[in-house]
Ligand binder design. Structure first.
Ligand SMILES: Cc1cc2nc3c(=O)[nH]c(=O)nc-3n(C[C@H](O)[C@H](O)[C@H](O)COP(=O)(O)OP(=O)(O)OC[C@H]3O[C@@H](n4cnc5c(N)ncnc54)[C@H](O)[C@@H]3O)c2cc1C
Length: 437
């Protein structure tokens, strides 16, 4: 039984399908969505460059003989070897038994308990988050174009991104691109009125990566009009402002939060050993010590790297951990010894928009500018899990070279327009229970 259909869970299932003979074991994967999300392209979805559907791949189409269950994993009983799930669509609750369980539930946004933050920021972690953000950007431009209250216009046209890691930096670059592309449609919004502010608590952008990458990113984003505040953390937020630890207050109606993630909360109530942050502690072969039959990997696990540290929570690692865990699971089923997981990071890349990026190459070498951007695009295009998604994304990128980004705001306008159209026709208002992003 595998819990979680992200990079880690799906790669475990795929390898188990390849390594186990039909009939040898039943492979079951439980996930709350029926698709796998390609997170590295999420900032581009939030800015409207990529279509939401193009960065997800249905789980069923990636697996041949795994039983897929669309459900939320709720309660794990390691003594009874059962997991309680609630089916996503029907809400029906069911208890499933397992022999071996693989925890691959990923992570969720962390707002560190800061006052007002959870209630007022926009996260960038799920597909829904990216869709909501895109609509928010269009909403704020539409509203700013139509009102005369100068103070409210200024709040609307100020977007604050919190977190100068690769997600925050990419989201900022994409946001600048979005405004550059669509401001021509808003005659009452002047370019100099739009403020994009990036806040990083540490001294430089892209902490943990070679200093040159952070420096280049900051210089480039500043050149493109972004205000960068480093060395100042967030103290609190409300509906119209954000306050920093220095006491500085910024009036804004939109705060994008990419300041951190925490391991999935579902596992918090289990007796499994975990770190202070809540990650499940495993041995080098992904087994949870003291709990036979329980395995964990990906963002929800703390996996020793053999040097006293643990592997970072990235997709790059998750897709390599999956096959390694599956091989160890098969080894245990066949009575053979397991092997510790060893992998050296290939480096990290961040796209900055405007056909520029920064890339860390093996040996801590750094590539910047157009070449890094070309590498970023080629690498991630090839990493998309299916040919049709690669073609769709390549098509979106090609269209973007020729046309401005789409400013049709799907969620709010279609719902309002639909009820007005229904009223015009004398029909009762109708809502779509399956309405999504
Ligand atoms: C915006 C963004 C950009 C990123 N860019 C990069 C990048 O460029 N390179 C890189 O290497 N990494 C990147 N990452 C990090 C990367 O996405 C994660 O490290 C990776 O997704 C971890 O894989 P995972 O399978 O452990 O978790 P996830 O991919 O999060 O998958 C977990 C799955 O479990 C499901 N799930 C969670 N709880 C439950 C439950 N209770 N019941 C049922 N299902 C559940 C979720 O819906 C999800 O499908 C990025 C992350 C974000 C948010």
């Amino acid at each position: 039984m595998i819990l979680g259909g992200g990079f880690a869970g799906v790669s475990v299932a795929r390898r188990l399908e390849a390594r186990l003979h039909p009939g040898e074991a039943e492979i079951v994967l439980v996930s709350r969505e029926n698709f796998m999300l390609f997170t590295p392209m999420l900032p581009e979805v939030s800015s409207g460059e990529l279509d939401v559907r193009h960065v997800v791949t249905p789980i069923r189409s990636q697996l041949k003989r795994t039983r897929f269950i669309l459900a939320d994993a709720r309660k794990l009983d390691v003594a009874a070897k059962t997991i309680e799930v609630a089916h996503t669509l029907s809400g029906e609750v069911e208890t499933l038994a397992y022999d071996q369980i693989v925890l691959a539930l990923g992570s969720s946004t962390s707002t560190f308990g800061l006052p007002g933050v959870a209630e007022h920021v926009f996260a960038l972690k799920t597909l829904e988050d990216a869709g909501i953000l895109r609509n928010r950007f269009v909403w704020l431009l539409e509203l700013a174009d139509s009102i005369s209250d100068e103070a409210e216009r200024a709040r609307l046209l100020t977007v604050v991104v919190v977190g100068g890691g690769f997600t925050g930096v990419e989201a900022t670059g994409e946001l600048v691109e979005l405004f550059r592309s669509v401001l021509r449609f808003y005659p009452h919004v002047r370019r100099q009125e739009v403020r994009v502010i990036l806040i990083e608590g540490g001294p430089t952008l892209l902490p943990g990566l070679p200093e040159k990458m952070g420096r280049y990113s900051a210089e480039l984003l500043r050149k493109r009009g972004v205000e960068i505040l480093t060395g100042d953390g967030v103290a609190s937020a409300d509906a119209t402002s954000i306050t920093l630890q220095s006491g500085k207050r910024i009036d804004t109606r939109t705060i994008v939060w990419s300041a951190g993630v925490k391991p999935a909360a579902t596992l918090a109530d289990t007796p499994l050993p975990h770190t202070k942050r809540g990650a499940i502690v495993v041995d080098g072969d992904f087994r949870v010590p003291g709990f036979p039959g329980v395995w964990a990997l990906g963002d929800c696990a703390s996996i020793p790297d053999g040097s006293g540290a643990t592997y970072p929570p990235t997709a790059q690692h998750a897709i390599r951990e999956g096959p390694a865990l599956a091989d160890n699971l098969v080894a245990v089923l066949h009575g053979r010894p397991t092997r510790p997981f060893r992998f050296r990071s290939l480096g990290m890349m961040a796209s900055l928009g405007g056909r520029k990026a920064v890339a860390q190459l093996p040996g801590d070498r750094v590539l910047t500018g157009f070449l890094a951007w070309f590498l970023w695009r080629s690498y991630y295009l090839l990493r998309l899990p299916s040919l049709d998604r690669r073609l769709r994304v390549a098509f979106d990128w090609t269209l973007e070279l020729m046309f401005p980004r789409d400013i049709a705001e799907l969620r709010v306008y279609t719902r309002n327009a639909q009820s007005s159209a229904a009223a015009d026709a004398g029909l009762p208002p109708r809502t779509d229970p399956a309405a999504h992003v």
